[in-house]
Design a binder for this molecule. Sequence first.
Ligand SMILES: Cc1cc2nc3c(=O)[nH]c(=O)nc-3n(C[C@H](O)[C@H](O)[C@H](O)COP(=O)(O)OP(=O)(O)OC[C@H]3O[C@@H](n4cnc5c(N)ncnc54)[C@H](O)[C@@H]3O)c2cc1C
Length: 403
Amino acid sequence: MSDILVIGASHSGVAVAAALRGAKYDGSIMLVTEENVLPYHRPPLSKEALSKDDYTLTPLRPETFYASNRIDLIQAVKIVALNLAESYALSEDGSRFPYGRLILACGAEPRRLPKSVDADGVAHTLRTHDDLTGLKARLAGAKSVAIIGGGLIGMEIAAMALAKGRDVTVIEAGSRLMERTVSKSIANYVLDRHLNQGLHVRFGAAVTTVVRDGGRGIDLVTLSDGEQIEADIVVVAIGAAPHENLARDAGLEVNNGILVSEIGRSSHPAVYAVGDCSAWYDPVLGRHVRNEAVNPGQDQAKIVAAAITGASPPPKRLPRYWSHQAAIQIQMSGEVNGADMEAVLNAPASGAFSVLGFKRDRLVAVQTINAPQQFGKLHEMIGMDRDALAAALDVEFPPPHHH
Ligand SMILES: Cc1cc2nc3c(=O)[nH]c(=O)nc-3n(C[C@H](O)[C@H](O)[C@H](O)COP(=O)(O)OP(=O)(O)OC[C@H]3O[C@@H](n4cnc5c(N)ncnc54)[C@H](O)[C@@H]3O)c2cc1C
């Protein structure tokens, strides 16, 4: 019996165990995970892991961390059911994992193309170490790459493949890149940089089929307008869906994520959820919000640890995101698509600049390109009034550029 059982040992699960020990929690902690490698950093999988031939996974914590913090790490075990009435989780091989409190940190999985589009599962997805191994093996011999989805991960893979001299086509259903995560101005800037490297893009493109032409050793992506794109490898990066089945089947409330309160508690008082699998109630917005990024999960882990140990909760932080696309490093926070006016700090031509998004003269979003220090400073200023911000930064904003 563990006082605390955590399902999923990736960024959020490991962070919650570490935060509990950091908050002097003394009970037993068990982390159970399906993957069979020491918990590792996921973001590099679409970045340096693809560009470096000899990349080895970066562990989240050294192997000794777990034993020295009395965290029982159980790998290669898949939990298939939860029994909330009797407080245990059941693994695939029938073992029971009884608990005092349960923390779900089971993350998300990549969305796949429907069977009607990709019947044979030709398109690769990228989420895990195993996915990386398969993708790299195919990329090594490929001359051309088709990427379905122009979001952050798709563009990171595209940037890496371009830098390695591949012929890259990105197929995007929307009218621009990275629509959910960056503003139009940043998306356009990044697109220009990639176009200069030779990227091909199709916007407003619906994929009707993906098939392998075994005879010619090539994959074919057909679009709804009849165009056929040939590629040695096809990657699909169209977002991720939360792992919520365990929770749903056990009767917990879910709706695009396991629904939890402001302190991470689910509809059952002994069960919490953190990270990509969870949707947290935001009292300001009056609805649940699910984030898919490392920093928010780590912040949530600290909140849950405080709730469990009775410590005072850490100060609230806005989610922060980043993306590295070859030489372009993007960082963003706030309502990137909620601004009614943008101002640019430093000239884009310098290759390092920040875009400030204002809504009714209040700073609501910060996005930086290759300016990590500026990001750190500006992120803390979100919420400030435009004039106060100009004074604090000792700048004059150029005339407002209203959308
Ligand atoms: C290619 C890629 C690039 C990314 N780049 C960035 C980036 O630059 N910046 C950023 O902030 N975020 C990035 N992200 C997102 C970031 O990786 C996730 O937000 C983060 O991994 C979420 O952590 P998590 O612990 O909540 O979930 P996950 O990392 O998804 O981990 C969940 C773990 O739970 C395990 N699990 C699930 N179900 C079960 C079960 N039933 N039994 C046992 N184990 C189970 C899974 O195997 C997995 O190991 C990227 C993601 C990907 C895939």
